[in-house]
Design a protein around this ligand. Sequence first.
Ligand SMILES: *[C@@H]1O[C@H](CO)[C@@H](O)[C@H](O)[C@H]1NC(C)=O
Ligand SMILES: *[C@@H]1O[C@H](CO)[C@@H](O)[C@H](O)[C@H]1NC(C)=O
Ligand SMILES: *[C@@H]1O[C@H](CO)[C@@H](O)[C@H](O)[C@H]1NC(C)=O
Ligand SMILES: *[C@@H]1O[C@H](CO)[C@@H](O)[C@H](O)[C@H]1NC(C)=O
Ligand SMILES: *[C@@H]1O[C@H](CO)[C@@H](O)[C@H](O)[C@H]1NC(C)=O
Ligand SMILES: *[C@@H]1O[C@H](CO)[C@@H](O)[C@H](O)[C@H]1NC(C)=O
Ligand SMILES: *[C@@H]1O[C@H](CO)[C@@H](O)[C@H](O)[C@H]1NC(C)=O
Ligand SMILES: *[C@@H]1O[C@H](CO)[C@@H](O)[C@H](O)[C@H]1NC(C)=O
Ligand SMILES: *[C@@H]1O[C@H](CO)[C@@H](O)[C@H](O)[C@H]1NC(C)=O
Length: 826
Amino acid sequence: MSVLLFFCTCLFLFSKSSIANDIMVRNEYLTVNKTLVSSGQTFELGFFSTNNTKNLYLGIWYKNITPTTVVWVANRNHPLTDSAGGFTIADDGNIIVLNGSKIIWSSNLTRSVSNPVVQLLQSGNLVLKDESLNDASSYLWQSFDHPTNTGLPGMKFGWDLKLGLNRYFTSWKNINDPSIGNYSYGAELAGLPQFVLRDGLVKKHRSGVWNGIRLTGVHLRPNENFNTTFVINTDEVYATFTNKGSDPSFIVRESLNEWGKLQRFVWDEQSMKWIDMSVFPRDDCDNYNHCGVNGICNIAISPPCECLRGFTPISQQQWSIFNWTGGCVRKTSLECGSDIFVQIKGLKLPDMVNFLVNKSMSLEECKNECKRNCSCTAYANSDIREGGSGCILWFDDLFDFRYLSDASDDQVLFLRLASSEGEPILEKAKKKSSEGKPILEKAKKKKNEVLMKVLLPVGSAVLFICLLIYLVIRKTRRMDGVLNAGERQKEHLELPLFDLMTVETATNNFSHTNKIGEGGYGPVYKGKTSEGQEIAVKWLSKDSGQGNTQFKNEVVLIAKLQHRNLVKLLGCCIQGEERILIYEYMPNASLDYFVFDQKQSKLLDWQKRLSIVMGIAKGLLYLHQDSSLRIVHRDLKASNILLDWNMNPKISDFGMARLLGGEQTEAKTEKLAGTYGYMSPEYAVDGHFSVKSDVFSFGVLVLEIISGKRNRGFYHDNHHHNLLGHAWILWNEGNPCELMEPGLGDSNSATSLEVLRCIQVGLLCVQKLPEDRPSMSDVFFMLSSENSLLLEPKEPGFFVERGLDDHTNSYPRNSENQVTISLEAR
Ligand SMILES: *[C@@H]1O[C@H](CO)[C@@H](O)[C@H](O)[C@H]1NC(C)=O
Ligand SMILES: *[C@@H]1O[C@H](CO)[C@@H](O)[C@H](O)[C@H]1NC(C)=O
Ligand SMILES: *[C@@H]1O[C@H](CO)[C@@H](O)[C@H](O)[C@H]1NC(C)=O
Ligand SMILES: *[C@@H]1O[C@H](CO)[C@@H](O)[C@H](O)[C@H]1NC(C)=O
Ligand SMILES: *[C@@H]1O[C@H](CO)[C@@H](O)[C@H](O)[C@H]1NC(C)=O
Ligand SMILES: *[C@@H]1O[C@H](CO)[C@@H](O)[C@H](O)[C@H]1NC(C)=O
Ligand SMILES: *[C@@H]1O[C@H](CO)[C@@H](O)[C@H](O)[C@H]1NC(C)=O
Ligand SMILES: *[C@@H]1O[C@H](CO)[C@@H](O)[C@H](O)[C@H]1NC(C)=O
Ligand SMILES: *[C@@H]1O[C@H](CO)[C@@H](O)[C@H](O)[C@H]1NC(C)=O
């Protein structure tokens, strides 16, 4: 805004007296000190000059708005320097600007006109027409067809294909110079229409192609201030907008500024200011090809770049220092004939670089066409209306991909991968080592024969259970229809089972050096498959308390869940009494390692923390309502949040998770499971669990992430409260931001507003009564929308450490704070 105001104050209007009306006829002459005013007094046409120059430009501005806001300039590249100049209709009927007697600008009409008049319409459109004709189709020339940097309601922005006319914006050179600057924004028609913002010839940002319903890269919510419509037919391709109720007193405009930003403004009569309604580009992911070829940008994570599935950074080293320009290459090269296609949803379609569009093909034909040509890398419907039709094929590298958090799932892209990329890597390992051989046979050969004999019956029983699990998963997966194209092709095993040997080899015989942690139920090892994929192996110890039920529970649940903020289960291994789970490996360990460690916590600045909070919220929201199941995690805590190499958080450890039936929102357990410090009062005391008990744990986690302190074991000189209590005290004292870990982020106002919002959301989540706590979708909304109003939090549950003890003296206190407990309730 300040920039804009500055810009406006730099303009001087040369003249003050206006010709009484909005029309000029032949032989009339507009000297530099006269103006035309539209009939409703909204717009004014005349000469203006910029800050420290004597240059004069013929332009249109709002008559009653100060500072002056110019919406159109005629002679932008050829300023008038002689105040003896002016504006008139030439003998041939053209509108001209004269510098002395020299024509420096002309409407360049080739048609001759008998009774030309020039009129400044109430819309801000300057038109040249025959005196006797009034409808728009009779205009011989109009300024709306030659926009400069500003769009007004009713203006068509795009192509008239019959006239070959392209209406697009070009920026001013700088705030004092309206001549053509570096940036342009306009409709481009290659393949499918889209709007592209360029710096010179270089693409900077694009809207994404039109898919029949919307531009795939901008998710425009209906906005009555800017009611935008797209018109696409054989004659025309354009966007246009109307203002609220088409009311001329409601003033809106869009403009491409000198720095290449496209902004939409509404004039606020009260504050006498332009209010900035939207801006494009919105974020880094709008930068063209931000993550390089075959990369995908996701603003919800930080840093935002990832490689497409089946791809890996061309230079891991450059990638790790956030230089993504090289993009990604395939891990496994295509085999052509046997390749598969996997679905990707919720995205902006890649740019039209090497492509083919055929609007009469079906999706099946599209797929076959793509399959046939080995350089075809992806395909999609070109129009998603009515179930989808038409075909886009992309060849070679894919450019400018991004996820859109708010995109609906109807836009699907099918990405070509080598068939081996479609299956979990560990399955391949399994197939290789011991296909067909009974697991026990192999193990028997290995070492402890005597022991194995004893375990044999047990082993068979467990094997049977694993088979059952496999069948259940197979069935449920079918029902969900979550299989992607690749998986669907394969008829065989869908839950990878491993034999112990494979796992042993991968983990170097569970060597001590491979041990990366000790979960609630046993040690976790890092491993590497013969294919080179890094895995995490969780060995559930026999005395872990996690029995078969929990094991089955975790496997069945997690195998069904697919979300970027949930850790992915790759397979399981059952051998004798040993039960082993194999996960994707998370190189950055767990959140507690960073947040609660004085040194490591320096690596997490505020933006990273915020993106971690958002990621956890998304994962939990998915568990609670977006997956086809309704799952309560029951053991959400910092050590169960794992971080990938991007510091993207993934919720792990589903051993305690419970499924709630369709409408069911809460349940009661005989077995109390969870972790002190994160358990909600109703759960710890009465064993009632619900999505709201997870919300409580989430709230604790948020406050821990902000403060860098554990809820349990929190110590303060002045009181005996835990972290929740401390946050509550600070909140009531009006100093909530003191909760923030010292040195975390500079105290600029944008950051402190975000911190404040997070603290408030955290406190809302840890309120004593479950019904007071927001749902995860509320939480997500509150965190992601700066404008949402937040309720005043009520007193948290368990804010006095003693409070827990009062209720739990019958539970043996676990010596280690953060270890999950699993105990019979009273
Ligand atoms: C406008 O300009 C004309 C010609 O330059 C001059 O004769 C006239 O006095 C000016 N009028 C005003 C109000 O400045
Ligand atoms: C424009 O003029 C104002 C006041 O006359 C001056 O303060 C400002 O520095 C000028 N800006 C530019 C960019 O010339
Ligand atoms: C306008 O005329 C002046 C002399 O009156 C001349 O110096 C200037 O270059 C002319 N400007 C253009 C754009 O022709
Ligand atoms: C009119 O034509 C001249 C000469 O071809 C060109 O320099 C000028 O830019 C044109 N003016 C407009 C407004 O298109
Ligand atoms: C426009 O491009 C020129 C040349 O590339 C550059 O020097 C100038 O800084 C750019 N201006 C803006 C506003 O980006
Ligand atoms: C947008 O305009 C269309 C007609 O052009 C109208 O039907 C629709 O209700 C308007 N939408 C809003 C949000 O004003
Ligand atoms: C970024 O990486 C690419 C290759 O991936 C390399 O060519 C380029 O020089 C790197 N840029 C910088 C600034 O290091
Ligand atoms: C588009 O696809 C249809 C059906 O496969 C085919 O008949 C037609 O020739 C294709 N058009 C072009 C331009 O390739
Ligand atoms: C595959 O498609 C590309 C792009 O249309 C084309 O250049 C190439 O010749 C095609 N290859 C085959 C084998 O059809």
